[in-house]
Structure formats: structure tokens, C-alpha cells
Design a protein around this ligand. Structure first.
Ligand code: C5P
Length: 288
């Protein structure tokens, strides 16, 4: 069984405040995008075996896909094993949810593969136990998320947006980004989420003016290459550009596919990882 495990971007992200459990309440708009990893699941007699073509990705219990397999097996009382082969295209530590998406794909795939028969609610519960962003990938499309990111309101309409993504050669640890944001003297002044959600059918030009991410104010001063990536995208012709999640990837909104391809060509020599992407419905797609 093979699956595409897609990435996400945050078109809007506002951090509302620190909670007693150490997490932060937030308000975000997630969008599933076409950039993806490929995951293959094969039966083995016992245990969880994970292989990955990216040597920088852990293949033990530090990997969220590994944890997802373990959690599902435990919950469903499965004693058979699985070998997971992961082919990465989504760079780890980039704010594109690669690890979270791999975990959600593993939950959905193994629920089928092992015929575990867990309900959507049970999968959501396991997903939110693995990470705040994981439930979104089970839903896909375009979702408003609140709480720590796990309470989802899917939006019926998914506008087609063409994007260019670049990843500067730096990684931002997510817990650091939250504490840097807490330490800002003034909270960032992001606009309202409704300014964006009410503009979703008005085309890329309007959507591009309503993007906002609180993390930019905390992360850009400490990671100048990320701020540079945003200004490079804008100089290359993006209608708007925004860091995704807590970074380090930045996306730019293009007018259409040809415009996105032209921007990607301009940026290709300057960044090790540049991709053209579009918004999509399902974040988990079975290939065979
Ligand atoms: O849930 P996840 O494992 O992705 O979170 C990683 C870290 O990011 C948490 O340990 C916490 O420090 C921070 N976080 C947070 N508030 C959120 C999500 C994550 O403070 N809503």
C-alpha cells in the first residue's frame, strides 16, 4: 500500500496566549498543498520498522509516523508488524507539517492495512495525542483550527491557489518560536481571520493581502535568512508571501500556474529547496 502524505501551509496564524498546560491557544487557517512525501506500508511479522531516504530524519520512536503506528497498534490491539518506507520531499523542520502529515497518513493507512476498524473520532483522538497539527491532515482541504490547533472547522470551499515555496537553509525549533513570541514586548498586530475567510472567493490578488502569521515578528529578527526569503519571493513577483507555521519555509502566492513556474525558476539558483505547489482537497491520497 502506497500513499501520498501531503504538506500544509498556514495562510493565517495568530497565537492567542499561553495555557496552563504549556501549550498556546491559537487561531489558524490550514491549507493542504500538493507537495508530498511518499509512504509505503508492508507487512512484517512483528514490530515497527521505519526506513527513510533522508538521513536527517530519525527512524525510531522520535519519528511521529513511528509513534502513530505504535499508538494505533496499541489502541486496536494489533500484534502484527509493519515496515514503513518513507520517501521525503517535504523538508523536516520547515513549518510545512511533514512529520505531522506522515503521522496522520500512518494512522489512516494502518487503519485500512490492519483492518483495525477505528472510527474517525478514534483516529482524531490518536492524532491529537501525537501532535497539535496531526488531526488537520486527516481532514485536509482548508480548515480553521483553534485550541492548540486540533479543533477543526473545515471550510467547504477550497480556492485554487498557486504557490511557490522556498526553504532557506535554517531550522526553527517550534518550542523556541513560541517562547520568542511570548517574550516580545508588544504582541504582533495580525489582522482578523475573518478578513481572510470572507475574501476566499475573491481570487489570489485579494487573498494575498490578508495573509498574517504572528511568528514572523518573533522569528525574523533571529533568523534573517527567513526574512530574506520572504523579500526574495516578493521581489520575484509574489502577490503576497508568508512564513508557514513557525518556519522556516516561506510561501508566495502566484497569479496562476505559469506565474508560479516563472517565480520558481527565478529563485531556484538561490535556494536549495524550491517547489511549485497548489492547494488541494485531500492531504492523504492512496496511490496503490
Ligand atoms: O503539539 P506539538 O508536538 O506539535 O508541539 C510542539 C511544541 O510546540 C510543544 O511542546 C509546545 O512547546 C509548542 N506548542 C505550543 N502551542 C501549540 C502547539 C505547540 O506551545 N498550540
Amino acid at each position: 500500500m502506497r500513499f501520498e502524505s501531503h504538506a500544509k501551509i498556514n495562510l493565517y496564524l495568530r497565537v492567542l496566549g499561553r495555557r496552563p498546560d504549556g501549550f498556546h491557544d491559537l487561531e489558524t487557517l490550514f491549507a493542504a498543498i500538493s507537495v508530498c512525501d511518499i509512504m509505503e506500508f508492508e507487512p512484517i511479522p512483528r514490530g515497527i520498522e521505519l526506513r527513510c531516504d533522508d538521513p536527517g530524519v530519525p527512524t525510531d520512536s522520535r519519528n511521529l509516523a513511528w509513534r502513530a503506528a505504535e499508538a494505533l497498534a496499541k489502541r486496536a490491539g494489533i500484534s502484527r508488524g509493519v515496515r514503513i518506507t518513507l520517501r521525503k520531499d517535504v523538508p523536516p523542520g520547515s513549518g510545512l507539517g511533514g512529520g505531522s502529515g506522515n503521522a496522520a497518513t500512518t494512522l489512516a493507512a494502518l487503519n485500512e492495512f490492519w483492518q483495525a476498524g477505528l472510527s474517525r473520532e478514534a483516529l482524531w483522538e490518536l492524532a491529537s495525542g501525537i501532535g497539535s497539527d496531526v488531526p488537520f491532515f486527516l481532514e485536509g482541504g482548508l480548515c480553521v483550527a483553534t485550541g492548540r490547533g486540533e479543533i477543526l472547522t473545515p471550510l467547504a470551499q477550497v480556492p485554487e491557489l498557486w504557490l511557490v515555496l522556498v526553504r532557506p537553509p535554517v531550522s526553527v525549533p517550534t518550542p523556541w518560536a513560541y517562547s520568542a513570541l511570548d517574550a516580545l514586548a508588544e504582541p504582533p498586530k495580525s489582522g482578523q481571520l475573518s478578513d481572510l475567510t470572507t475574501a476566499l472567493d475573491e481570487g489570489p490578488e485579494v487573498i494575498a493581502t490578508r495573509l498574517a502569521n504572528d511568528f514572523e515578528a518573533a522569528v525574523f529578527p533571529a533568523y534573517p535568512p527567513i526574512a530574506q526569503a520572504k523579500s526574495d519571493l516578493l521581489s520575484a513577483g509574489a502577490l503576497g508571501a508568508l512564513m508557514s507555521g513557525s518556519g522556516s519555509a516561506v510561501f508566495g502566492i502566484a497569479r496562476d500556474e505559469a506565474d508560479a513556474e516563472a517565480m520558481a525558476c527565478t529563485l531556484a539558483g538561490r535556494y536549495p529547496w524550491v517547489r511549485v505547489a497548489r492547494t488541494i482537497r485531500s492531504a492523504i491520497v492512496r496511490i496503490d
